[in-house]
Structure formats: structure tokens, C-alpha cells
Design a protein around this ligand. Sequence first.
Ligand SMILES: [Zn+2]
Ligand SMILES: [Zn+2]
Length: 343
Amino acid sequence: MRAVQYDRFGSMPVIVELPAPKAPADGVVVAVRATGVCRSDWHAWKGHDDSVALPHVPGHEFSGIVAAVGSDVSGFAVGDRVTAPFVFACGTCEQCRDGATQVCTRQQQPGFTLPGSYAESVVVPHADVNLVALPDEVGFAEAAGLGCRFGTAYHALHARGRVAAGEWVAVFGCGGVGLSTVLVAVAAGARVVAVDVSPAALERAAALGATTLQMGEDVTATVREVTGGGAHVSVDAYGSRATSVAAVDSLRPRGRHVQVGLLLDDEAAPAIPMGRVIADELELLGSHGIAVGEYAAMLDDVVAGRLRPAESIGSTIGFDDLPGALEAMDRPATGSGMTVAVF
Ligand SMILES: [Zn+2]
Ligand SMILES: [Zn+2]
């Protein structure tokens, strides 16, 4: 099979021919039809992720068609249209038994601990636990982002932030996760204020229904003004000390902050105003991916047209464009929205 691979962290990824994978007894091989290009792929390529072994095939947000099935798999057959969350769960640990597969203590991740989906085929272990059947109405490109950015936004707002219609949601960072968060919040009947430094990203957030603000020193005061006292839910979809602190500071009393963006290296320890957390009974919530069990409700919303993940796609590329798309993240984004490779 053809796959995109790199031999050293930061060396230019190249397209290589690799042996086609076989299905493990409890797993399947998926013929990949679409894969998203994500900032996490770039971090892995740069060597920021200890779990990656070389040489490595990136890619963790994908959809495709089941091409081979292991002997112990009962729920899926060759030809099924499928996707999966980026956390492959074990199905048997305490968290999995509770339905919290997104924090499985024995999790594996394609494109990080396992070979990923920048390839013609990808293996999904524990397929009866991890695979999600795609309704015919959901296309491969829009499904590709459901397991990472869109699903992450859905889990963050619903399972973690407990967003309700009429509430104000403040979204910091309007990249793939941020724009997905705007879409999910608007679909939930929430009012949204979106913050970013990039005029192009803000323009896109505005088109999706958000009130937009330029990130700057007094942004939290403006958010509190726009929302009549502060947001009910804040989401840091970017991941920095500045955005996480500003997001917490934008909340009204009893507001819920959901941290989605990864806080890496120098950004790892934000000065969260704990005095306000106590005095105003704010909630600080982490969010990591999406549980397999949450897909049914999310896909119902997609089929019904309430959620439109296709609107978070900025550009569609081909398989041969994947190495260049990864390398392009060395520089600031020129467009906005997700890049998805379709093949
Ligand atoms: Zn991703
Ligand atoms: Zn588990």
C-alpha cells in the first residue's frame, strides 16, 4: 500500500510503498477514503509527542470502507462505511466499562502509538468497541473530522460543558476545533462569541453565526460586556497560557471552562485565577476526544442537518498533497478551516 512516512522527526515526509496490513483477530483493516490534516500530526512530526516511534505514518482522523475483518469481529463486515474516534479503546478497563472510552487507560492512537491514516489502509483494533458505522448521508470527507476536531468539540460542549439553549459560549481560537465548537454551539441554540488573532478565522466564525472579537489585552472585559456579565461556558480551543486564562476570566459566576487546546512546553502552566474560581464557583473541565457512545446522537444531528461538519472544511486535497500539507504547518495558516485529503 502507499503511505506517507517520515524516518526522522522534522525530516520531509515521503510517499513510500509498505506491506498491506492484515486484520488482527478482533480488528479490521479500513481502506481509507478521507483523512484530516491536523495540528496534532504536525506536533508528532516535530517530535513533540513521546509516544511516536520511527519510522512513522501519521494520521488519526479518517473514514473509509472495511476491507478485511478479523475472525472475532461480529458487528462489522467487508464493505461497511465506517469511521472511529482517534482514541482506540480497549473495551475492558474501568473507564471503558463506564462508557468513557475517550479516557481508556489502555488506549492506543492511530498516527501516534500506531501507524496512522496517511495511508491506503489503516488497522482498527478492538473493532466492535471502536468502529462507528456511517449513515449513507454522511460523506467520507465530513466524517473524517468527526473523530478528532468535530467530535472533540461535541464532547467538550455537551458531555463536559453541559451547554444549554440560550446560554453564551465564548470560544477562544478559531482553528479546526474552534470553528467546530462554534458550529456545535450554534446548533445547540447557544449564543457564541468567538475570539482569535486572525481576521480570516474570525470572518469564518462570523459566517457560522458567532459574534467575533480580536484577541487582545482587554478582550475578557469585552466578552463580559457582549454576554451581559460573562459566558456560561468558555472553551480554550487554542491552547496557550493567554487564551486559557482569558477564557476562564470571561466566565460569569458558576460558569464552566472547558480546556480542549493542548498546553505544551512553556504554555503548560497557565496562571488560572483560582481566587475567581473559588469566589464565583467556576468549574474547570478537561476534555479529550469523544466517547464512541456519543457518536449516535452526533450522527443523528448530522443526518438531520442540525450539525454541518462540512462547513468546518476549508480545503480538500489529494493523497499526494499530504507531505506538503504537513510541512505547510511550519508557517502560519493562509486559509481557514480543516484540510482534508480525499482518496
Ligand atoms: Zn486531529
Ligand atoms: Zn479501556
